[in-house]
Design a binder for this molecule. Sequence first.
Ligand code: 9WN
Length: 433
Amino acid sequence: MLHANDLGGWTKPAPRLYPHQWSWDSAFIAIGLAHLDPARAIEELEHLFAAQWSDGRVPHIVFDPNVPDYWPGPDLWGSRDVSAAPTDVATSGLIQPPMHAIAVWRILAIARAEGVEADRRRALVARACALYPKLLAWHRYLVERRDPERSGLITVYHPWEGTDNTPRWDAALARIDVGDIPPYPRTDVSLVDAAERPSKAEYDRYLWLVGLLRNAKYDDEVVRRSHPFLIKDVQCSAIFVAANDALAQIAELAGAPNGERAAIAEWSRRSAEAVRGCWDRSLELALDFDLRAEHPIRCITSAGLCPLLVPSLTRDEARGFSDRIFGPDFAGAEGLAFPVVLSTGARSPEFRPRAYWRGPTWPVINWLLWCGLRAHGLESEAARLREANLALLARPRSRFSEYFEPFTAEPLGSPDQSWTAAVALDWIAAGNH
Ligand code: 9WN
């Protein structure tokens, strides 16, 4: 499947629904590819970082010029009119969670664990070191432009910066006055049942927000002053902690100057503390913070479990997240086909089991939580989650789909979704070593 979605040096997330390169998909894809061909795995990230903006941002989509009829395409973003954007390729102007350093470090670890011979490994290390300055610039962008307050938490500007129609964004989107939007095609709903995709009202708001960002020329200072959607994202920030720890290892390999290493350690420390501070005692999970409304977003979603990725949690805190994962809102919900983590809590008013990020289970998010359980030595809990996900994916009908209806295990969204296959490969390999 990954070979079928391979376009030569990079992989599309899905055959028809997502025909370009997506940022965080590439990182997961690279981790899967590392088990097949680590050199090809690192190439995935090299291709993505070739489209990095001069301000350090890694765009959420890098467009393939050979697919002209995709919508929303390059014209919507207007990246060619922005001086920080690359000139040789069209991209979006948004970002996605910084999974990339985690992927690079993992490619090296997989090559070591799977006995790749020494000179091929040396070549991989050299390529990882060549990526290091780009990864550093990316993390610096996140700190300086997406956290000008130095709170340790990363600000997102748009639902497309991670988990599209999650109920976490509902209240912030509801406050937005949408002006005139010219009619637009929804190619996604010609490929996937509309009930499994964001609604028209949500899409109007997505496009309105893109228009505001495009008019601001993606200038973070302008956005900070005027944009109506500014949210401190706990999932993105927790991933940033783990990504800084991976970057610290790459910096050491690359012989980076002490000043850079100290900066990375400080970013990690500050974000770890901030993510731990997002904990809500009554909901028993971590919450995002809406900067415009000036209050936390009280929603029960899998994003609130992501602090498990923070290595400095105490044993009790990690246990608390693990209990929550297997509790009645998530993998322990009543009537599930497989005990896997739901995107939105089963007992929440917003829960809808077929609607994209509002209930279905997403294998990649389960994979992230599995990593978190393992990082805290919760091996039997991790094995439980891995087995449940593999059982779901092993069903002949699963087609490595994008997401799944949790009570029936019906595959939803796109079939042949690259990152689903990639995490399945990593889970399978984890049973071998
Ligand atoms: C918009 C590619 C991407 C993922 C996102 C997921 C979805 C796109 C869409 O697909 O977003 O970027 O059209 O809905 O929400 O996480 O990276 O797989």
